[in-house]
Design a protein around this ligand. Structure first.
Ligand SMILES: [Fe+2]
Ligand SMILES: [Fe+2]
Length: 192
């Protein structure tokens, strides 16, 4: 069994963003890695929500709150980075891949809205759980677990498409001036 202590005190959990946006595209990829870490945390903790051990239930709930807080806060900034700083710059490039950019951006935006809907439902389901370490009902724990699985099933292919298609296309077509503007916008978005 995965030790629960590693869920709450992961050395990979940054308190602030460690990459100061030298490379905005690399920053987006690094964010994908951090999102994947939280998805794995959520998947690991789900079975412990109804653990017989009060301590494990408490630890699982803390890990759940931390991971969701990160996905809600950082996920929103990350989506803005893509939709407000990256897509518009790619969509004005006059090139043979223009139609591809449009289709890709439209698909990714649709996936963002789907992911946001499921995350919202998951946050609501977690809010409806009794305060830790009280034991949630089986149906409450199942609902949280199903929504975690749904969120991961949406996020993973989305991240894969972005890493394999969006980022390489962006690296190919964006100029240094585009990247500098993106860098500044991403910093402003975080009050840096
Ligand atoms: Fe995205
Ligand atoms: Fe992304």
């Amino acid at each position: 069994m995965y030790p629960l202590s590693r869920l709450t005190n992961s050395p990979l959990t940054p308190t602030i963003d460690p990459t100061p946006f030298q490379d905005p595209l690399q920053h987006l990829v690094a964010c994908h890695d951090r999102i994947e870490e939280r998805l794995q945390t959520l998947e690991r903790l789900a079975p412990h929500l109804r653990s017989e051990s009060e301590q494990k239930r408490q630890e699982a709930r803390e890990a759940l709150d931390n991971a969701l807080n990160f996905l809600e806060r950082m996920g929103a900034l990350h989506t803005q980075d893509e939709e407000e700083s990256l897509f518009p710059r790619l969509l004005v490039k006059e090139c043979a891949d223009m139609e591809l950019f449009k289709e890709l951006a439209a698909m990714l935006e649709t996936q963002h809205r789907e992911k946001e809907g499921v995350l919202e439902n998951l946050l609501t389901a977690v809010k409806n759980l009794p305060p830790a370490p009280q034991l949630p009902t089986e149906s409450q724990a199942t609902q949280v677990s199903v929504l975690i699985d749904h969120l991961a099933s949406l996020y993973r292919p989305h991240i894969m498409i972005e890493n394999q298609r969006l980022i390489p296309l962006s690296a190919e077509y964006l100029k240094e001036a585009d990247l500098e503007e993106m860098r500044q916008e991403m910093r402003n978005r975080r009050g840096l």
